[in-house]
Design a binder for this molecule. Sequence first.
Ligand SMILES: [Zn+2]
Length: 172
Amino acid sequence: MKRPILIHPDPRLKKVCAPVEEITGDLRKLAGDMLETMYDAPGIGLAAPQVGVLSRLIVLDCVKGENETPRPLVMINPEVVASSDETSTYEEGCLSIPDQYADVTRPAEVEVRWTDPDGAEHREGFDGLWATCVQHEIDHLNGRLFIDYLGAMRRQMITRRMVKLKREKARA
Ligand SMILES: [Zn+2]
């Protein structure tokens, strides 16, 4: 089941999310719904607060080619345990900030630890788009958006556009 995606500005997108204490059927259902919502958007990552759930849960799949096998990842309580000094810059966007893009510089490689929906622990290194995406999604769990990396003027301009977009949507 698809879930509505919150649009910035929204106080729920600025909250530090709580750790998942127990993997329940509801949590697995939420993860499935989030993947469906992400693929439908379409997007390459989605964090639980973006659908209004303030828990440390993200989903992502950065496989892009049509002939490549998808790799949906569900990460519960994900944590960056190491980052490279080397950085990379990608033009980022966000399903909660539609049609707005900006260059963001982040560590080029990160090692992430997380729990999967079966309760198994994982630890894996990511680079390229995967590294950017996983850091962007984990940021969401700490109430941080990609526009928080931009200058105040740019951030306010994007925020004003989103306020206008929400007003238009509410009227429609
Ligand atoms: Zn985002």
